[in-house]
Ligand binder design. Structure first.
Ligand code: BGC
Length: 439
């Protein structure tokens, strides 16, 4: 394995709600607490990164990593619509400073799935007001902390809402018997559908409707259909609203801090068309990526996130090859997907690319080491071929809260005993760190 070139950002990623603990003012916390929740377990203290960030950042630096992607929890800073919590701003100032003190370059995400509870109560990500509210939050935050930042991702996986909408539409069709490929034909049940999006969701919980009613109530909404969290399906207008929020936030942050490099991240699959599946594979690529281009092509960079590949045949989404290894998330263990996606993205997006997430959920760390080596080999070839790939940030630094799937999905380079919150760096942390260029 060759060393990655100097200046290349090599690191790991986390998201506030998945690691910090006690994000009690956000929409996830509210949904985790209802009696018939969709979540396997609540996040509670998570992995206490809020209090242990110094240790976590130091472990990263000691292993040789040079970059850390983390998110700012909007609901900590604005627990109420008209509140602004300076103490929490100071917390993130310390996190940023800690990165710099350890020679780690911060990559900051302004919105990684969790939203303040009050935002969802007012219509969330389908209410056009979200555009200005998000931009105002971003402007004020970077006015205070932007001096310590360089790369900023506005919105994580800005295409996730559309992917969920299409998944739900498919499920509804199947349930209504409108699609030939019914689950009993060996195609797929709800459990398999879950693995078609690269995020921890449950579609098989009992009492789902009851759970949704309880959540709506928690947000003060009468109708569960009015509950628009970020990780929920969207309308076509809602899809564009996310782009408008990105555009407005970018403009606001550039005005306040012209030095910032700003982009968003997308959840992308390595699409594979089997005979007869060409049209569907192309349509999915259009939905996941191409139709966003007019909104993002002038961005300073694009964050590419990919975990696996997706097959299409004449019946639509098809299974991976028989016998292929699966990760804890249910999708195919295919480390080469990330390089394939980077290549494909670079054909149409001509700015800098950063892999802002890529990883494997497994309890077998040797497999993770192998995954990282293969992914890095493919990416190194991309760089050698002149693709402007500037970094690789593995998901995730720590074993953490995989949304509705809870803590059982272990993506981390560092294990955590949640009883003691003690950290256990894994061999994979060393393997990733050993790829850093010699100083
Ligand atoms: C998200 C992360 C998530 C990861 C693994 C991405 O969808 O950005 O929050 O934990 O994938 O599923």
């Amino acid at each position: 394995m060759k060393k990655i070139t100097e200046g290349f950002m090599l690191g790991a990623a986390t998201a506030a709600h998945q690691v910090e603990g006690n994000n009690i003012y956000n929409d996830y916390w509210a949904q985790e607490q209802v009696p018939h929740t969709m979540f396997n377990e609540p996040s509670l203290d998570a992995v206490d990164h809020y209090n242990r960030y110094e240790e976590d950042i130091r472990l990263m630096a000691e292993a040789g990593l040079n970059s850390y992607r983390f998110s700012i929890e909007w609901s900590r800073i604005q627990p109420e619509k008209d509140a602004w919590n300076e103490e929490e701003v100071e917390h993130y100032r310390k996190v940023l400073q800690c990165c710099h003190d350890n020679g780690i370059r911060p990559v900051v995400t302004m919105m990684h799935f969790s939203s303040p509870k009050w935002l969802i109560s007012m219509g969330g990500w389908e209410n056009p007001e979200v555009v200005d509210l998000f931009a105002a939050f971003c402007r004020r935050l970077v006015t205070e902390l932007g001096g310590q930042m360089e790369y900023v991702c506005t919105i994580n996986e800005a295409n996730m809402r559309l992917q969920l909408a299409s998944l739900m539409k498919d499920m509804m069709k199947r349930m209504a018997g409108m699609k030939e490929a019914a689950p009993e034909n060996g195609k797929e049940g709800a459990g398999d559908s879950e693995s078609q999006v690269q995020v921890g969701i449950n579609l098989n919980k009992e009492n789902m409707m009851l759970g949704m009613m309880e959540c709506a109530q928690a947000f003060g909404l009468e109708n569960p259909m009015d509950m628009h969290t970020f990780v929920s399906q969207c309308t076509p207008e809602g899809d564009i609203l996310v782009m408008k929020a990105h555009e407005a936030a970018k403009k606001a942050m550039k005005e306040a801090c012209p030095h910032l490099k700003i982009g968003l991240t997308l959840s992308l699959h390595d699409m594979v068309a089997l005979p007869g599946g060409e049209e569907d594979a192309q349509k999915e690529w259009d939905d996941e990526f191409l139709h966003y281009l007019p909104w993002i092509e002038k961005d300073d960079f694009l964050g590419v996130q990919c975990y696996t590949r997706k097959f299409f045949d004449e019946n639509g989404v098809a299974e991976p090859p028989a016998g292929s290894a699966r990760t804890q998330m249910g999708y195919e263990d295919y480390p080469r997907a990330i390089a394939d996606v980077v290549r494909k993205v670079s054909e149409r997006f001509h700015g800098d690319l950063i892999v802002t997430e890529n990883g494997i959920a497994t309890d077998d760390d040797a497999r993770r080491c192998q995954f990282i080596r293969e992914a890095a080999d493919g990416l190194q070839k991309c760089v050698e071929d002149g693709i402007p790939l500037k970094g690789y940030l593995y998901w995730s630094l720590l074993d953490n809260f995989e949304w509705q799937k809870g803590f059982a999905m272990t993506f981390g380079l560092i294990g955590v005993d949640r009883k003691t919150q003690k950290r256990y760096p894994k061999e994979s942390l060393r393997v990733l760190g050993s790829m850093a260029a010699e100083k």
